[in-house]
Each structure stands twice: as C-alpha cells, then as structure tokens.
Design a protein around this ligand. Structure first.
Ligand code: DGJ
Length: 761
C-alpha cells in the first residue's frame, strides 16, 4: 500500500515501512526503511535541522544562525545532485556542451500508477506489481527526473528515469537506479570471485572511504556480484538488522557505500558509470534498471528469506514459478564434444535407469564444433555425429520416457564458422585488434540484423524437435565499453524475450562459464542459472552458500560430477556430492558408463530421495544453520524439513556434535532420520580388517570386486524429539572414531556429510 499524507510518502507492507518526505524546498528526504510504522511517525525519523558548519554550503540561507538553514551534506536524502553543497557521492552526473552541469532536481509532482513503473526499453522488471509511486523532480534547465517506487511484499523496487526536456543534447555520464542515506553503522557484505570460484563472501566495515563493488566485463560477472548486504555490526544469521540490495540488470553494475562523519551511510546502485556516456537529444529518455531493496531484523537468514520470496514470486518467469524442476542429466562433463547418436542414447538409457527425467545435450552438436576453436555461430546439426538429426535424437530420448534439452551459445562466434565467413562485420569490435576469450568473439547484439539472425536460428532449431529445456551459455568477457555494453544487454533481453516469450514451456537455464552472469536480469528469463563449472561439492559449499544470501535454491543448477574432481583433484564421497546438489536443482554430469554398480545404487537412491522431497528442496524456505565444525543448511516446506550437515577436513578423536534446527513448532513432535547412504568398502584400504572378519589384501582382486559390487550402509541416525529439542540442538552419532565400522557412527572421513529428513509425527 502506498499512501501520502502531510508531505510524507509511505510504502507499507506487513514486512516493512519505507518513508520519505518532500521538504519545503522540494528535496526528497529519506526518513525510514525498516519495521512497519505509521506515516505519522515520519517526523520522528527526520534528521534535525542544522545551522551548517564552518566550510559547508547552505542550500538555502535564512537569517544567519537560523535553525532551519539547509545544508544538504548532512541530510538524509533519497536522491542528490551536484554543486549544491552535498559533497557525498552523487547518483547522477550530466554533461552539456562538454561541461559537467550542476544537478539540482526538486519536486514537481507525484502520482500513483497501477502496476509497475512504465518501461520504454527491453529492460526486464519485477512482475505483478500492484502500485507504483512516480515522483517527478525538475531541474531548473528543463530536465525531468522520475523516481519510481514499487512495493512488493518482502522487497521494494526503485529506479530513476531521466527525460531531456531541454533544447540541447545532454550526456548522461551516470544515472544510478537508487540512492539512499541510512543512519547507523554497517558492515558491507559483498560477493566476489572468479571463474570456478564464484560468490565468495567478503565482509568489511563501511567507513569514511567509499567502498565500491562494480563490474566492467560487460556483464554482471563472476568477479563481483551485483547483490550485496549492509548489516549492523554483530548481526548474525538469525538476529540483527540487515539491508539487502540487488539489481535487475545483467550488464556492468556499480554500487557503493560510504559513511559520513555525521553517521549517515550513503548507498547507491545502478549501471556502472565507468567509461559510460549516453547522449540524450532533446526529448530523449534514459532509463535505469530496477534496483531491489529489502530489510530484515531477523539477521541474514531473515533478509535472504525476503529476497528468496521476491525472486520466486516476482522475478522468475510465470510459467516456472514454483513449478518443480526435473532431475537432469547433462552430457558435458561426461563426454564433452565427443559423442554420437548411439553414445548419447546409451547415456540417456543409463540416466533413465537411475531416475533422471531430462536428458540435456551440451556443446558440440552443430557445424564444425569438435573443439572450442570452431563452429560457434552455426546452427546446422552435425549429421556425422547425429545422423538422425536433432529430431531423431529427441524422439529417441522421449521414447525412453525422458524430456530432451539442448545447449546453445548464441551470443558468440568463432572465426572458423560459416557465419563468420558470411558476416565478419557482425562481430562486436572496438576498433583495435581483436582479443579472444575461449577462442571466440561476441556477436554485435546492438545490430538488429544480428538479433534477427539469432532469434530465427535458435527458434528454428527449437521448433525442429521436442525440446523442453535450453541451456543458454556465454563464455567470455566483453570488449564493449560503457554505453555500448548497455545496448548489448538491451539487445540480449530483446532476443531472449522474442525466443522464449512465445515458448513458455521451455525451461531456460542460463550459464556463462558457470556463474559469470548470475543476476536478477537473467532470472527474469531463465528460472535457473548454472552456478559454476566447479562442481566439486566442497567448493560448492562456498558457492551455493554465497548465492543463498541473495537467490533462492530453485535458481541453482547443482550437479553431481565425477571424483577426483576435474578442477580440484579432490576425491569426495558420492554421498556428499549428492547431498550438496540436493540444495538446488539436482542434476548429474559425468560419464555414466564408468559408474560402478555400487555408485549406480547410490545415485538411484539419491534421486529417489530427492524426488520425494523435491518441492522442499527446490522451494522450501532455506536457512543457513549454526554449525561450528562445518556447514549446515535447512529447507522447510511442503510438510517436511530437510537438513544437510557437511564437513570439510575432519580430525581424530571427534567431539560431540549437535544439529540445531530452526523454524519448527516447539510443541510438536518430529521424527528425524538421516538418509541412508552407501559406503565404499574400498575406502578403507588396508584398514579393511576394521570392517571385515578376514584380513584381505587391500590391493587384491577380492577386495576390488567387493568394492565394486557390495556397498556397506553408513550408520543411520533416527530419533523422535520435540520441535523445542530439535531447535535447542540434538546430539548426533559420533563420527568415525578409529575403532572400526560401527553402525551407530557416521563412518566417513574427510568431506563427509549427511542429509536428515524431519517430519511431523
Ligand atoms: C561452459 C559451461 O559452463 C559448461 O557447463 C559447458 O556448457 C561448456 N561451456 C560447454 O562449452
């Protein structure tokens, strides 16, 4: 609900109040973002008028010493300009005739709009908005700035739009989506990384120096995630005040936080101004993407819950909202580009036997694509590999009772491709010599003919066979700078809308060298995103945990792959590979032909378990649990709770370990049972005498044969306890103690884990 009373605008939901007022000089002053309050409380939050100190500039000077003199530098503002005495960072920078112009925007009008903010470009936006407040500010030279506020249940969306109503060309150097001054002291939690190491959490205090997180790769990037948090010092997973920010945008982004001496933290977020310049002719409009803000006094988990609900309800495409995702098998890590129809079909049969529901053919199916030097840009099916065509393969997979999905990388081109030979001018160039990433270049999506080519060709392939899933990949950073990179992303959004808008039945998973474009913009088209090429489960603990602060687990593509892992050489138990992937959209990505019978048994059991709890894993409320010795996650929903407890390196003489759940009914009784998981006998090597009555040669044929065919069961934990007890922390079985196999022990070593199913009795 959005109300206006005594100059105070109030956006209120059950979860939060957002209050600002327009002061007597027409400047929007931020009052409050936090717990729901009444509009009348507005003035209680206002910064007190100051006389202005020493060197500071007064926006308006009354009689000397008058208490109502306005010094912008110390006010809590919703927006600010430049050259008027606010020397904190400005969210807007404009040029006219080559000169920076002072920016002074003041209130002109406001109105309530039904639905979301009007959008003139292809920028995606949050869905199902009920009401939007449009605040129009005017610059004395004729520019208009529109600030939009849309309230959703658990998050608020803001954006800014600039209209050039002057008779001159204005250059936009910077236009943030959001600017806000928050009283208080904060820690900034941001997420940085690299290829294979996405979403590592960093924390630092916000002080007088500006802290910037930005990306300049042309995309949201694996280097610096656009979403971030501001937390009051001492906030934990379940307590304390936390603000969250994110951007519905997939290109270069920018955010900053800086604390003023008076104790206001200025935070802003938008398109990166680095190398950015956009000319607006008289009458032209420049739109910033939507920024998303959330607040919680329930700690990081509370904040994540707000974001998760917002993404599930208002970001992912309607047809896939809360729609369960199939367990998939992807061909990439199993066979790369080296496949034939019959090899794929053999894999599909094996995947089907294990319980997979969707077979995805990854890279290598078109043109001369036998390695990553050729073929990108072409769409002709390679008939040597696939003599029955895509339709033939899809039909054969469908006949097995599985759905069929296909990989594309439409934004890129290899020089060695038919497309490049025909249209070398379609490459995104910057006027200097070409620079390559994974041997490829970008197509120039700012050109209409390039966009049409992609739309026509991807659509043709999609309509040529029964394809119900697409993996949309993009494997390099860009050479486009600033404004061109902006147009590229708008072009990409146009393409995605044209291809997938009319085909809502297709489940789109976006990917970019793994998690190089995990952002709310892509999620508006693709309900899930491939988190990382790093599928090592121990690495995934960090990656999926990092993502979980901002995104719901329904958006994570999470696959089980081979061990030792191709990126780390780490050897992890198959059970842990499954257990980590459960907390996302489960898939398998390894050569199934090489599975041992014991591994097939474990995988089939994993898939059966996951399917039984699928809605809970994919859409249940996700919590990061207290786990001093490892990592623990909980999901609850659909009448169940599942918890995962994961360990990295373990130590001898294990101490007692508790599992401490949350969000249960203290009065109710629950049964807790760990998922049965299988142990490999071979894991014990020369310690086999610990588990077998006879002393076998650890390298001998007998033990090897036993290891392949006869798994042992790990200890299963089972208890009945009240919700109150489970939330206080219940004692778990000991981990392996060196005293031999014990069914009342968790018998695995390093990288062991368990998943527990908790149901009401
Ligand atoms: C990068 C992706 O992240 C991988 O999963 C795979 O699809 C390859 N590209 C294929 O080239």
């Amino acid at each position: 609900m959005i109300t206006y009373h005594n100059d105070v605008h109030h956006i209120k939901t059950e979860k939060y109040s957002y209050l600002f007022r327009v002061n007597r000089l027409g400047l929007p002053e931020h009052l409050h973002f936090g717990a729901p309050v009444a509009a009348e409380d507005g003035s209680a939050f206002a910064c007190k008028p100051t006389p202005g100190w020493g060197s500071s500039i007064l926006y308006e000077q009354n009689v000397y010493g008058h208490a109502d003199n306005l010094c912008l530098d110390v006010l809590s503002l919703e927006w600010s300009g430049s050259g008027r005495g606010d020397y904190r960072e400005s969210p807007i920078e404009l040029f006219m005739d080559g000169e920076a112009i002072p920016c002074d925007f003041a209130y002109r009008s406001h109105r309530l709009l039904e639905g979301g903010a009007p959008m003139a470009s292809t920028l995606p936006q949050a869905m199902d908005a009920e009401q939007t407040l449009e605040l129009t500010l005017k610059h004395p030279w004729g520019l208009a700035l529109k600030l939009y506020y849309t309230g959703f249940e658990t998050a608020l969306v803001r954006r800014a739009v600039l209209v050039n109503n002057t008779d001159k060309t204005v250059t936009v150097k910077k236009l943030m989506s959001l600017c806000l001054d928050l009283p208080g002291q904060y820690e900034l939690i941001s997420f940085h990384g690299a290829w294979n190491a996405e979403m590592r959490r960093h924390s630092q205090p916000v002080t007088g120096g500006r802290v910037v997180t930005d990306s300049t790769t042309g995309f949201s990037s694996n280097l610096h995630q656009p979403g971030f948090l501001l937390a009051e010092p001492g906030a934990g997973e379940d307590h304390g005040r936390v603000f969250g920010f994110n951007l519905i945008w997939s290109g270069n982004h920018y955010s900053s936080a800086q604390r003023s001496f008076q104790g206001l933290t200025r935070v802003m977020q938008g398109i990166s101004p680095v190398n950015f310049a956009r000319e607006l002719k008289p009458g032209d409009v420049f739109e910033s993407p939507e920024a998303v803000l959330a607040w919680s006094d329930g700690g990081f988990n509370g904040l994540s819950a707000c974001f998760h609900e917002f993404v599930n309800r208002h970001i992912v495409p309607k047809a896939w909202q809360y729609r369960q995702r199939p367990v998939l098998y992807n061909s990439w890590e199993g066979c790369g580009m080296d496949f034939t129809h019959s090899r794929l079909l053999d894999l599909a049969k094996r995947a089907k036997r294990l319980g997979c529901e969707l077979f995805v053919l990854d890279d290598g199916w078109f043109g001369a694509r036998n390695d990553d030097h050729a073929g990108l840009g072409d769409y002709t099916v390679n008939r040597k590999k696939l003599p029955h065509g895509m339709d033939g393969l899809a039909k054969a997979v469908n006949e097995l009772g599985m759905e069929f999905g296909l990989w594309f990388e439409p934004e890129c081109i290899n020089e060695n491709s038919e497309l490049h030979r025909a249209h070398p001018d379609w490459v995104l160039e910057d006027g200097l010599r070409r620079v390559y990433g994974r041997n490829q270049l970008h197509l120039d999506l700012t050109k209409q003919e390039v966009r049409d080519y992609i739309v026509e060709n991807v659509s043709r392939v999609l309509d040529s066979a029964n394809i119900t899933y697409v993996k949309w990949d993009m494997n390099r950073h860009s050479v486009a700078l600033g404004s061109r990179a902006y147009d590229y992303i708008l072009g990409l959004y146009e393409i995605l809308g044209r291809i997938f808008g009319p085909r809502p039945q297709i489940l789109l998973e976006s990917c970019s060298s793994g998690g190089n474009r995990f952002d709310l913009g892509m999620l508006c088209f693709s309900p899930q995103v491939w988190c990382s090429d790093d599928t090592d489960p121990i690495e995934r603990l960090d990656i999926q945990r990092g993502l979980s602060y901002l995104y719901p687990q329904s958006t994570f593509g999470a696959h089980v792959s081979a061990a030792p892992h191709s990126m780390t050489l780490r050897n992890t138990p198959l059970s842990t590979r499954g257990n980590v992937s459960f907390f996302g959209c489960l898939g398998y990505e390894l050569d199934l032909k090489h599975l041992l019978p014991v591994e097939e048994q474990e995988i089939a059991a994993q898939i059966t378990f996951y399917k039984a709890c699928r809605r809970t894993f994919q859409f249940g409320s996700f919590r990061r649990l207290w786990a001093p010795e490892g990592e623990a996650w909980q999901v609850s929903g659909d009448g169940k709770t599942c918890a995962g407890l994961f360990h990295r390196l373990i130590h001898a003489a294990p101490g007692y370990e508790q599992l401490r759940l949350v969000d249960l009914d203290p009065e109710k009784r629950y049964s807790l049972r760990s998922r049965e998981q299988l142990l490999r006998v071979g894991q014990y090597g020369s310690l086999v005498h610990h588990i077998a009555p006879v002393n076998l040669d650890p390298n001998g044929l007998v033990l090897r044969a036993v290891d392949r065919h006869y798994p042992m069961k790990d200890g299963v934990e089972q208890m009945s306890a009240s919700g109150a007890a489970l939330m206080s922390g219940v004692m778990l079985h000991l981990r392996f103690t060196g005293a031999g196999y014990d069914p009342n022990c968790r018998n695995q070593g390093d990288f062991c884990s368990n998943v527990y199913l908790i149901t009401e009795e």
